[in-house]
Design a protein. Structure first.
Lengths: 150, 150
């Protein structure tokens, strides 16, 4: 009985720490594939936005705003998948990432906030106003990768 | 000179057929990885929606609508990546898919239209009204996979 109680306590603690992330994925591998898929798509679309800021293809307000909004949608998706216990194994995640999830969640929030800034600037249609928030998003990507990616 | 002209004509024809899809991807492999990433994410979220319709987790209007809208956004993404010439190699795409892209585009349009129907029904918050359009989306997935996937 004691053993069952402590097991339940451990599971509850895991669920609390992972913010219910466990429940969303049938397998740990799915969580890894999920976040890698999202990250690849973010990379593709963010690179396209960067190309447009350099004129290739030519800047187009509607296309840029659509792309930035899509990246914002994608950027809200992957965080839960990173928090699945055990999903640091067999991935590029640094070993200590899941030991302090508050630090990870804060970095994720900063990335989302940077994305919101880019979308807001994209709405102006003024390329010179987009450059700085675009750079801020790139910096938030890099911050996380430096802190949490091998 | 003649050879250059005909090469230009071929490239123009490819660009026309692929609807500019080529330009979006630096490499054919990126196009394959892009569409596979999108399809995996669609599968994950569509499965979650199906779970909710079966009560696991319990149906929640807001969560279901959010999920359906996300799947709709994802379902608009992958088609160009399928149309990249040469991307049938090293993928699960059936060999004759790119020989008749009109057929493929029509099936893609049908999938998007089914998704729009699901999102509309999701807005009602009436589970019994969601079941049929949910099934229609599943059918549109299956139709494409049967026609174009090995």
């Amino acid at each position: 009985m004691k053993r069952m109680v402590s097991l339940a306590a451990i599971l509850a603690a895991i669920a609390l720490v992972s913010g219910g992330a466990l429940a969303q994925f049938a397998r740990t591998d799915d969580a890894i594939k999920y976040r890698q898929s999202v990250m690849f798509l973010i990379g593709q679309h963010f690179t396209r936005l960067g190309g447009m800021l350099k004129g290739s293809p030519a800047y187009d307000k509607g296309a840029f705003l659509k792309g930035a909004t899509l990246v914002q949608t994608l950027a809200a998706m992957p965080w839960d998948a990173f928090l699945v216990p055990g999903s640091d194994k067999g991935s590029q995640m640094k070993d200590d990432t899941l030991k302090d999830t508050a630090r990870f969640k804060e970095a994720a929030k900063a990335a989302e906030s940077a994305m919101a800034g880019l979308v807001a600037a994209s709405g102006t249609g003024d390329v010179s106003a987009i450059q700085e928030p675009f750079g801020a998003v790139g910096k938030s990507c890099k911050n996380c990768h430096t802190a949490f990616r091998k």
